[in-house]
Design a protein around this ligand. Structure first.
Ligand code: NAP
Ligand code: F7E
Length: 329
């Protein structure tokens, strides 16, 4: 892939994930050379980036492996690194707590160490999470709200956040932490509740199944659209100074609200199909999240474009279309 002198290079860890795929699209549009780090797998994991895989460079590495991280930074020499890779599913963090800590917490230090050793002028973005607020100390949550994580995942993200701040303060790295609230899309993995619902609604509508089993319907989240959130990530690295930013819509809805709307969008009553299943209830829950993104609005000029209602509708339509195609084949 040819590269002009002025062209910037971005390295994305986690390019095969939901956010990685949208961020890669955005950076290509912005004229970047995009390099994506993937870990070795015996199967094809490029599903979300199939449409752009010819336009990005893929390098093989793992957040668990310091040597691969250092070699990748040395070979790619990126201007910007977006650390999106993580074990990101909260329930798995209870069944695999040590692995979650290795990926999601210590993995951040491995990337920062590689940057520090090879070229401390590289800009770094850390994908921090509203799960750090957990049992919230105040509402809405902003950059100064104290953390009280409620899962091994949340605890690992608190480490990732503070090590990012620490490398900024210790070594003067351009290390920025984006504290994103939940963001979803038709590319979300099916284990997360929004996609589980949109996929379930489509299956029920098409007669493929009769019920949708869910856990706590009363949990509330500040849900936005992933495409909006990756724009904020990029904007953060275009600022004169590294900083921390909350990215959120400022609106909160319950899982029940999402379910009701998703079923209603295909003229069904959720109460006839949703079954509560204790297997999906968590050992410790984050009851309610709502973010205050005023700092991002003021300093980044960022605001979300997609509403909750549009998000629900888009996700259900996408699953109906996808499953409809399969049923017709
Ligand atoms: P995702 O879809 O689960 O993607 C995670 C990515 O990390 C995948 O590409 C995965 O690769 C990769 N990965 C996992 N372990 C790795 C390892 N040891 N070495 C290298 N790559 C590894 O997550 P997402 O929703 O796009 O989220 C992106 C980041 O933002 C994550 O750090 C997540 O914790 C954080 N975050 C997400 C949200 C949200 O609402 N989406 C909110 C706040 C923060 P494979 O394809 O090989 O599994
Ligand atoms: O759960 C409730 C569940 O798994 C949302 C990750 O991207 O956002 C995500 O974490 C809520 C919880 O996302 C089911 O108890 C009910 O209260 O979609 P989720 P999450 O745990 O909020 C944050 C910001 C991240 O950083 C994470 O990486 O929905 N819920 N019934 C259920 N959740 C699931 N998964 N499945 C259910 O059946």
């Amino acid at each position: 892939m040819g590269q002009s002198l002025a062209q910037k290079t971005a390295l994305i860890t986690g390019i095969t994930g939901q956010d990685g795929s949208y961020l890669a699209e955005l950076l290509l549009q912005e004229g970047y050379r995009v390099v994506g780090m993937t870990r070795r797998s015996s199967t094809d994991v490029h599903e979300r980036i199939e449409h752009i895989v010819e336009r990005v460079d893929i390098v093989s590495g793992d957040l668990l492996d310091q040597t691969s991280m250092t070699n990748i930074i040395a070979q790619v020499r990126p201007d910007e690194v977006y650390n999106l890779a993580a074990q990101s599913f909260v329930p798995t963090s209870w069944t695999q707590p040590v692995l979650t800590g290795e990926f999601t917490a210590l993995g951040v230090t491995r990337v920062l160490e590689a940057i520090r050793a090879i070229d401390p002028s590289i800009k770094f973005y850390q994908a921090s999470s509203s799960e750090m607020f957990g049992k919230v100390a105040e509402a809405p949550q902003n950059e100064r709200t104290p953390f009280y994580p409620r899962s091994p995942y949340g605890v690992a993200k608190v480490y990732g956040h503070w090590i990012t701040v620490n490398y900024r303060e210790s070594y003067g790295l351009f290390a920025t932490s984006g504290i994103s609230f939940n963001h979803e899309s038709e590319r979300r993995a099916k284990e997360f509740v929004t996609r589980k619902i949109s996929d379930g609604v489509a299956r029920i509508k098409l007669g493929l199944t009769q019920e949708l089993r869910l856990g706590n319907l009363d949990a509330r989240r500040d849900w936005g659209y992933a495409g909006d959130y990756v724009r904020a990530m990029w904007l953060m690295l275009q600022q004169p100074q590294p900083d921390d930013f909350v990215i959120a819509t400022g609106r909160t809805h319950s899982v029940r609200d999402f379910v009701r709307l998703a079923f209603a969008s295909v003229d069904l009553d959720y109460e006839k199909y949703v079954v509560q299943d204790l297997r999906f209830v968590r050992p410790a829950e984050v009851d309610v999240l709502i973010g205050d993104a005023s700092k991002a609005r003021e300093l980044l000029g960022w605001q979300p474009n997609v509403t909750f209602e549009e998000l629900v509708d888009t996700m259900v339509r996408a699953d109906l279309e996808r499953l409809g195609r399969l049923v017709r084949v």
